[in-house]
Ligand binder design. Structure first.
Ligand SMILES: CC(=O)N[C@H]1[C@@H](OP(=O)(O)OP(=O)(O)OC[C@H]2O[C@@H](n3ccc(=O)[nH]c3=O)[C@H](O)[C@@H]2O)O[C@H](CO)[C@@H](O)[C@@H]1O[C@H](C)C(=O)N[C@@H](C)C(=O)N[C@H](CCC(=O)O)C(=O)O
Ligand SMILES: Nc1ncnc2c1ncn2[C@@H]1O[C@H](COP(=O)(O)OP(=O)(O)OP(=O)(O)O)[C@@H](O)[C@H]1O
Ligand SMILES: N[C@H](CCC[C@H](N)C(=O)O)C(=O)O
Ligand SMILES: [Mg+2]
Length: 479
């Protein structure tokens, strides 16, 4: 790997760096001989603390954003935005990447939209992948990952592997953490999308404006020149994204009830699916979406727009959405029992929970039940908000555990229960699900919210195997 490649990422290459470098890494524990160590300002510690270890393991230089307190014994280069430099260096050293990348941001719907874009591309004849909360997915299967937007090095290793397999189309989820931490800065997107903005992650971002600004980076900084921006104008927070797109000189495609690119007209339930009618660039269109919940119509329309920005025709896109499969655990009908329906959903934020419960109300002839909790070591403000939503939207509420992590699980439950005192508290998630399923009467609907695709419960720092799907099916067998 030529040192030349680094020059794109940093303005001046320090004296003494050899002509050939092996690669880049921001983790001193994983540095290999011949690599350049990027010392990043972390949320818990600054990477420069580990410069000595990096040098000892064979780093040939260090790039960072402040003068190190002590001489690490290797050349040091100080840059303004070392996270961005790291992302660009990772991109250059691991090039090439797939030719066509699109990304979607927003509080809810990213995983669904990325998956739908991948499926539309695939059905239209483009080998493709999605990268996000579920991991890296292709038509061959899923490689699970840890983060929604992985770190730059992981992303570029994945992209390089996809390219090597002949995959040239990739749809990515851009989380606010990922955007703020520049994890995607080495990628230029041909099209980007904004779904919606509501409360989440205020443990990380100082306020909602900072949270929105982090998401706007996708439009202001990462969209390639002449690229396209798809915006859901049904969301009240969409305007800053329109301005960001216009500032960038992007082609603007609006979708929603008043969308100019796709105007959503009527959405009518057909069984657990729905018939969507509207206008695509003024022309009347209609498709049968085999998914539950009006929010999925919005996600599908966004995916149609992103796919059409990248070579898919209107006819291909409309045919492909009729075959869409929902992302695992996104308002997924897991079982029907005794005339009642049981859904698993990944709503772990107030608006998502409200959206899921509102979507299911259409199917309730008896009572709407919900079992949910809230994650530990995450935004605490969400807890009473989710409690309030459940109390208002459901008839029977059970509050349980959802990844308490290093927090006291009973305290998390109490913070939810404060806003929904009529709820029943059952900490053990398995018992909570068993109790709820045993209560179901004909015409009832049960929503098990928060975990979706997850197959674990994190208590302390230990991941225990736990799947809402498995517990539901086992509980029904016992009834
Ligand atoms: C709060 C947060 O976002 N942390 C992420 C961040 O870590 P950090 O930079 O703060 O790490 P740090 O521990 O302070 O260390 C600073 C630097 O020192 C380096 N280091 C550290 C120790 C050592 O011995 N040697 C060493 O070199 C680290 O590699 C790092 O470069 O950067 C790391 C590498 O990219 C991430 O793995 C890590 O994600 C943690 C595990 C995490 O839980 N993140 C979640 C909150 C997250 O990012 N979630 C979003 C949103 C999900 C959603 O949409 O709901 C996601 O995209 O998944
Ligand atoms: N367009 C939407 N509007 C409102 N709620 C939605 C929308 N799409 C999905 N949801 C709700 O949000 C949940 C998560 O959906 P999805 O995984 O697609 O979103 P995400 O943005 O990827 O979430 P995360 O930030 O956890 O990665 C769904 O299970 C559903 O309850
Ligand atoms: N990517 C999300 C996942 C949350 C899922 C939920 N089950 C929880 O643990 O809170 C986050 O880190 O906030
Ligand atoms: Mg996601």
């Amino acid at each position: 790997m030529l040192l030349e490649l680094l020059k794109d990422a940093v303005s001046v290459v320090p004296e003494g760096v050899p002509g050939i470098i092996k690669g880049v890494n921001a983790d001193s524990r994983a540095i290999e001989k011949g690599e350049v160590f990027f010392a990043l300002p972390g949320t818990s510690v600054h990477g420069d603390k580990f410069a000595g270890q990096a040098a000892q393991r064979g780093a040939v230089a260090m790039v960072t954003d402040r003068e190190p307190a002590s001489d690490p014994g290797i050349p040091v280069l100080v840059v303004d935005d070392v996270r961005a430099a790291y992302a660009r260096a990772a991109a250059r050293t691991l090039a090439p990447q797939p030719d066509v990348a699109v990304a979607v941001t927003g509080t809810n719907g990213k995983t669904s939209v990325a998956s739908f874009v991948r499926q539309i591309w695939q059905t239209s004849g483009y080998p493709s992948a999605s990268v996000g909360t579920l991991g890296v997915e292709t038509s061959d299967g899923l490689l699970p990952g840890e983060l929604t937007t992985p770190d730059s090095l992981t992303i570029h290793k994945s992209l390089a592997a996809l390219k090597a397999r002949g995959i040239d189309h990739v749809a990515m989820e851009a989380s606010s953490h990922g955007l703020d931490q520049r994890r995607l800065d080495g990628i230029r997107f041909k099209a980007v999308g904004f779904t919606n903005l509501s409360r989440d992650h205020l443990d990380y971002h100082p306020d909602m404006e900072a949270y929105s600004k982090a998401k706007q980076r996708l439009f202001t900084d990462l969209l390639e020149e002449g690229g396209s921006a798809v915006i859901n104008t049904d969301d009240p927070e969409h305007m800053p994204f329109v301005f960001a797109a216009l500032d960038r000189g992007a082609t603007l495609l609006t979708i929603g009830r008043e969308g100019a690119f796709f105007e959503i007209g009527e959405i009518r339930n057909e069984g657990y699916g729905q018939r969507v009618t509207g206008r695509l660039v003024g022309e009347p269109v209609s498709f049968l979406l085999p998914l539950t919940g009006a929010f999925q119509a919005s996600n599908a329309v966004m995916a149609i727009a992103l796919a059409m920005c990248t070579g898919v025709t209107k006819e291909q896109a409309l045919a492909a959405v009729e075959k869409l499969k929902g992302a695992k655990g996104r308002l997924e009908l897991v079982a029907e029992h005794n005339g009642a329906a049981i859904f698993v959903d990944y709503s772990h934020k107030p608006v998502a929970l409200e959206t899921a419960l509102a979507s299911l109300r259409d199917y309730v002839k008896g009572k709407l039940h919900v079992v949910f909790g809230a994650g530990g070591d995450r935004d605490k403000g969400k807890r009473p908000m989710m409690g309030e939503v459940a109390g208002r939207m459901a008839d029977k509420v059970i509050v349980t555990d959802d990844n308490p992590r290093t927090e006291d699980a009973a305290t998390i439950r109490a913070e939810i229960m404060a806003a929904v005192p009529q709820a029943v508290e059952i900490g053990d998630r398995k018992t909570a699900i068993e109790t709820a399923t045993a209560q179901l009467m004909p015409g009832d609907v049960l929503l098990i919210a928060g975990k979706g695709h997850e197959d674990y419960q994190i208590v302390g720092t230990t991941k225990h195997h736990f799947s809402d799907h498995e517990v539901v099916l086992a509980a029904l067998k016992g009834l």
